[in-house]
Design a protein. Structure first.
Length: 230
């Protein structure tokens, strides 16, 4: 069953969406605390988000940007704002579609079905790229998790970027400069120590999930993700 997160502060609209989508087999979750949208997103791990723009505390553009930093999950904006600028701004901030209010429910359902098919169903072009597996360890780019059959760990954004690079490069060595470029902070320079701290945390999470992988330090060059010697 596909999960949908509804981020809408008008209860009547939330109830309408919830009731109709359940009839189509979707599992719906509605935001109640609008200060914790990202926390609920990470807990629910939805396959699609319906996002209003005018929300308490932070607007839908803000939350779309936050979600897009950690997930490729489709985001559909549902808003009374109708200008072309609003629609452009929504797409530029991570949304995949923009539906104006008042809306026709059948159109909303059709668009949701389309996004689900493209992202997870028969039209998905890169479904296999969202899950990377080496040995007993899986990296999920959508849910931002590192897991084995025994356990799983949630990654930070920087940890996800580093882990993604290691999985793609395995078993090749990745240089510190390459890794620094991946976790470069848009707001300022990333110090060497930042990389070292994140590598240490990533190693700990590999250990916590009982991974068959290890991150080896290649002195003077960088790091290498590889299977442990048995």
């Amino acid at each position: 069953m596909y999960r949908i997160l509804i981020v809408e502060d008008e209860i009547s609209i939330t109830n309408t969406l919830n009731n109709r989508l359940k009839k189509y087999g979707y599992e719906c979750h509605a935001i109640e605390d609008f200060k914790s949208v990202l926390d609920v997103f990470q807990e629910i791990e939805p396959h699609l988000v319906i996002m209003d723009i005018n929300l308490p505390y932070f607007d839908g553009y803000y939350w779309s940007r936050k979600i897009r930093k950690i997930s490729t999950c489709p985001i559909m904006i549902l808003s009374a704002r109708m200008s072309e600028l609003d629609q452009i701004y929504g797409i530029e901030n991570g949304a995949d579609d923009f539906i104006t209010k008042p809306f026709v429910m059948d159109v909303v359902v059709a668009k949701i079905n389309g996004q689900i098919r493209r992202s997870y169903g028969e039209y998905a072009k890169s479904a296999e790229r969202r899950l990377l597996q080496i040995g007993n360890t899986t990296l999920s780019l959508d849910t931002v998790r590192l897991s084995t059959p025994e356990q799983e760990e949630v990654l930070t954004v920087k940890e996800l970027k580093l882990c993604h690079m290691f999985f793609e490069a395995c078993p090749n060595v990745v240089t510190r400069q390459q890794l620094l470029s991946v976790i470069w902070d848009e707001e300022g320079f990333v110090e060497e120590n930042t990389l070292t701290v994140n590598i240490k945390r990533l190693r700990k999470k590999l250990e916590n999930v009982q991974s068959s992988l290890e991150l080896k330090t290649i002195r003077g060059i960088g790091y290498q993700l590889m299977e442990k010697d048995t």
